[in-house]
Design a binder for this molecule. Structure first.
Ligand code: HEM
Length: 69
């Protein structure tokens, strides 16, 4: 979430960015690793986005060392 520029507490932004990515999978781009499409509905995207926002608040002793991970 940090890497993607989603601010803490921005539930709508987290939902939009996660759904946008996951709905676009798999890309089918030759030679690129593929992520499956899990066929989630909006409630599931919201729950997952909220979970990832929460994990982003965990104090990890500054790991990873940069936002790109
Ligand atoms: C709920 C489960 C998952 C979520 C929320 C998720 C989310 C994501 C996100 C946000 C990215 C982009 C990361 C970035 O910015 O670099 C990503 C990339 C990727 N994921 Fe997943 N992922 C999940 C499960 C999986 C699984 C099970 C696989 C493989 C079986 C997978 C394979 C990949 C691959 C290959 C990429 C890189 C794709 C590319 O760069 O085009 N993901 N995933």
């Amino acid at each position: 979430m940090t890497r993607w520029g989603v601010e803490e507490g921005d539930h709508e932004g987290a939902f939009e960015v996660l759904k946008g990515w996951m709905d676009a999978m798999p890309t089918g781009i030759e030679g690129r690793r593929q992520m499956p499409n899990f066929g989630l509905n909006d409630d599931e995207y919201r729950a997952l986005a909220d979970f990832l926002l929460w994990t982003d608040t965990i104090r990890t002793q500054d790991w990873p060392p940069n936002d790109a991970g």
